[in-house]
Design a protein. Structure first.
Lengths: 186, 110
């Protein structure tokens, strides 16, 4: 019974996310694409939950849906992409994209269907997913991830500082003639 | 009805086909979009399917450890950093050029 529910959920969420992902890449209104992207990310969180990664599902909602999509909507608004309808991509562009994506999909599926994925390390799954991830992140043994964790924190810090510097520099340099931008910044 | 559902429970292949499909859709968007923010959205699709892939392998190949999930956390962090920098660049570009159409961006050409 449990299996049956899982199957139904898998196929419905899979269809949902593929359809929404198609809408993201084909929608001509960029703000709608952002909303569809939010749907894709939420259904991905549901898929993570089905795979037993409940911490990841929470992080996905918090960071992707709460942070990244909001930031993308801001980017759409600030670059005034809302008003303009994107041109339909030319036939040659569509064809190139379709060929690249289609051939990647075909080759990957062919290889995946021929490959066996043996279970390398079997055993009981950790009781608490969150606790296991926390221990893994702060473990400085041979199987730990404390160094990448620190590198990622540095990357985030430099990205934030870089973002501020890039966005601010142009505002200051154009401030002399453009009052509107100055008031926007303040 | 119930038996067919139980018999068709998704295995590792079905999950991987799903994430491959989402990755291909992302590639299509990357190659056809002209608006830079749209391209950023396609990149989000790519990164999302990559982290889904990591979790799938974690679940089906090494269920005893959580290495794949840790990798997914790193992917999410990188995606967040990338969007911050990307958005800052687009806003700066929009201020100086009044467009975010990638086909008209040739600052480095001459």
């Amino acid at each position: 019974m449990n299996e049956a529910i899982l199957t139904v959920l898998f196929y419905s969420f899979a269809a949902f996310s593929v359809l929404l992902a198609l809408a993201v890449v084909t929608s001509r209104r960029i703000l709608r694409a952002a909303v569809y992207l939010m749907g894709v990310l939420v259904s991905s969180a549901a898929l993570f939950l089905m795979l037993g990664a409940e911490f990841l599902a929470g992080v996905q909602i918090l960071v992707y849906v709460g942070g990244i999509v909001v930031l993308l909507v801001f980017a759409v608004m600030l670059t005034r992409s809302v008003e303009l309808l994107e041109d339909r991509p030319s036939m040659i562009r569509k064809l190139t994209g379709f060929l690249a994506a289609g051939s990647f999909f075909a080759v990957s599926v062919a290889v995946l269907s021929m490959t066996q994925f043996p279970v390398l390390r079997d055993g009981a799954r950790p009781d608490s997913n969150v606790a296991a991830i926390g221990r893994k992140l702060l473990d400085y043994g041979p199987e730990g991830y404390v160094l990448p964790f620190e590198v990622i924190s540095l990357l985030l810090l430099s990205a934030v500082i870089g973002g501020i510097v890039i966005a601010r520099k142009t505002a200051v340099s154009r401030a002399t003639g453009d009052v509107e931008i100055m008031t926007e910044i303040q | 009805m119930l038996d067919t559902l139980v018999g068709n429970a998704p295995g590792v292949f079905h999950w991987l086909v799903l994430s491959t499909a989402m990755f291909s859709i992302g590639i299509y968007g990357l190659l056809t979009r002209r608006n830079a923010v749209g391209i950023l959205m396609s990149i989000e699709l790519l990164l999302n399917s990559a982290s889904l892939n990591f979790i799938i392998f974690n679940r089906f190949v090494t269920p005893v450890s959580v290495d794949g999930e840790v990798m997914s956390i790193f992917i999410i962090a990188v995606a967040a950093a990338e969007v911050v920098v990307g958005m800052a660049i687009f806003v700066a570009l929009y201020k100086s050029r009044k467009t975010v159409d990638v086909t008209q961006m040739n600052l480095m050409r001459n």
